[in-house]
Design a protein around this ligand. Sequence first.
Ligand code: Z5A
Length: 234
Amino acid sequence: MTNSCSQGFFITFEGPEGCGKTTQTQVLAQRLRELGHVVTLTREPGGTVLGERVRQLLLHAIDVPLAPRAEALLFAASRAQFVEEAIRPPLAAGEVVLCDRYADSTLAYQGYGRDLDRRALREVLDFATGGLTPDLTLLLDLPAEEGLRRKLQALVPGEMPNWDRFEQQDMDFHRRVREGYRQLAAAGGRWVVVDATQPVPDVERYIWQVVTQALGNSKRIMIPVEPQTNCGWV
Ligand code: Z5A
């Protein structure tokens, strides 16, 4: 797959449930904006009117039976609209685009989690995205049990969890997803694995180091130099 429209820089965040993507994308967007970058922060499934409706169906309409292939194709349909409407325009305008989940989630959840044919899925993904791949993909890696524990911990005392279609899956499903991500990331290239078991500020520092280096290496976007104190992770 090739990127044909990028003047900007496309960064995706991936990982199992509760790995910290929402927390880290928000912090990173703010820090990049403080440096003067124009940043689009978006997410999948969602990010467009169509995507938000499909999200409802995929995650919350658990009374609607969905066969694994139907599920994969709904994610792909939503993504096709998402790429045209929410990703290509800001990239063409030279922005930094941060996306909480993208096509690799389909390989991890539908490919490894649901055990669908990953070669077929890659063809569907290529068609849906028109071949648009991220410049950088950060895998926030942590054990499946820990991600789900964090989500439970975030509930206010006495609150009953309102699990969505994926959160209701058994632990083996979530373990397959995590392992799938690790296998995808083993390809190297655009993938960087982040130890998401570390405290939030440490994860944040490491991501900042990786992102500023990637942006600095890119000929597309100039990033102003920041004081050394913000790059302390080892
Ligand atoms: N899905 C799919 O199957 N196929 C696809 O193609 C796509 C998606 C695109 C979307 O769920 C579901 O769709 C997802 C995969 C599937 N389901 N699952 N499972 P979503 O959008 O509702 O949720 P999510 O993407 O899975 O994210 P999340 O569960 O909301 O978690 P998160 O954004 O990665 O983490 P967070 O909200 O930042 O943090 C979770 C909690 O942990 C929170 O209380 C934080 O304060 C805490 N936290 C964060 N970082 C730390 C650290 N470092 N230490 C301790 N505590 C922390």
